[in-house]
Structures are given as structure tokens and as C-alpha cells.
Design a binder for this molecule. Structure first.
Ligand SMILES: [Zn+2]
Length: 184
């Protein structure tokens, strides 16, 4: 295993939750200003609510920074795939080292690029290789019950034959899900 210090400290993640929090702060701030204008008070909101514009500002900046980081990751992975003419089998770790981001982030970038139609590939979870140009057959296991919401640490997938994130049927020795790239 390659040490983390070779990889970027930045994370690849969806900024939507960040924007959600920022927008809630902004709405409360606006309500406080309205209450202030009509001289009506509710739990003292008109006296403190507008202070939320300050954290809201930084939260929104954080969201835009994340979008920028994600674009950078996607571009770097696309360049690495272009160098390989979008074909052949390549070790996930080699691409990760070349791009400078963690293997699991490379897999998440690849899933997003595939959803956008930029790349066709299959992740071979037995060899740890990205097989470019191949399609993945998405077969949901009959045992799979979708998690109620996004989970950070899912239930262990031992003794189960499906990915706990997307339900893809897995081979017995699979280390990663070939559909969504999640570590099993
Ligand atoms: Zn999966």
C-alpha cells in the first residue's frame, strides 16, 4: 500500500450538503432582517439572525471550492485515461499515483465520468485493474435493501454477495464493487 502523503489532501465529494446548510443560514438571516423591518420579534431572531450571513458566506465559498476541486480531479483522471487511449487494462494504484489522488477517489471520479458518458470501463475487483472500453452489467442482488440514506460506515458486507452501497452482485473474492467502486 502506498502511503497517503503521495496523495492530495483534498477530497472528492459532492458539495450539495454544504450548499444546503449555507442556504438554510441565509434564509434564517433574511427572515431576521424581515422581522427587524416589520418590528416583530420571534425568539430574539431579529437581533441575532443576521449574524448567520457571516458563516453562510464561508460555507458557500467552501461549496464552490469543492466544485472546483472535483473538476480538477475529473480533469486529471480524464487526462490519465486519454494518455491510455481509453483502452487496455490498468492498475488502479498506478492511475491514482499518476493523478496524485487516493485510489478510492479515482474510483468515485470514474463513476461520475461514466455517468456523464465520458468513459466506458469496468473495475475488476479481483485484479484491482480498470478495464477501459468495457461495460459493466449492473445486476442488483435480490438480498439487497437500499440504505435509508447515504451512510459513512455501512454494515459489513462479509458473507453477503452484494455491494451495500448499490446492490451490485459481487464475486466471492471481490475487494471493491465493480459497479460503483466502493470498498467492500
Ligand atoms: Zn456498488
Amino acid at each position: 500500500m502506498v502511503k497517503d502523503r503521495y496523495y492530495s489532501k483534498e477530497k472528492y465529494e459532492a458539495p450539495m450538503e454544504t450548499f444546503g446548510v449555507g442556504i438554510v443560514f441565509i434564509i434564517v438571516g433574511v427572515i431576521s432582517l424581515v422581522l427587524n423591518t416589520i418590528h416583530f420579534d420571534f425568539i430574539g431572531l431579529s437581533y441575532w439572525g443576521y449574524w448567520l450571513f457571516i458563516p453562510a458566506f464561508f460555507i458557500m465559498i467552501g461549496g464552490f471550492t469543492q466544485i472546483n476541486t472535483n473538476r480538477k480531479f475529473q480533469k486529471a483522471v480524464r487526462v490519465a485515461l486519454m494518455d491510455r487511449d481509453f483502452q487496455g487494462n490498468h492498475k488502479l494504484e498506478d492511475i491514482a499515483l499518476e493523478v496524485g489522488i487516493k485510489p478510492k477517489d479515482v474510483l468515485r471520479v470514474l463513476v461520475d465520468l461514466r455517468d456523464k458518458g465520458f468513459v466506458k470501463y469496468k473495475f475488476n475487483s479481483n485484479t484491482g485493474e480498470i478495464e477501459l472500453g468495457k461495460g459493466v452489467e449492473y445486476k442488483v442482488s435480490t438480498d439487497f435493501i437500499p440504505p435509508p440514506k447515504k451512510i459513512e460506515a455501512p454494515l459489513p458486507a462479509h458473507d453477503k454477495n452484494y455491494c451495500v452501497y448499490c446492490g451490485q452482485q459481487l464475486s466471492e473474492s471481490a475487494q471493491f464493487c465493480e459497479n460503483c467502486g466502493s470498498k467492500i
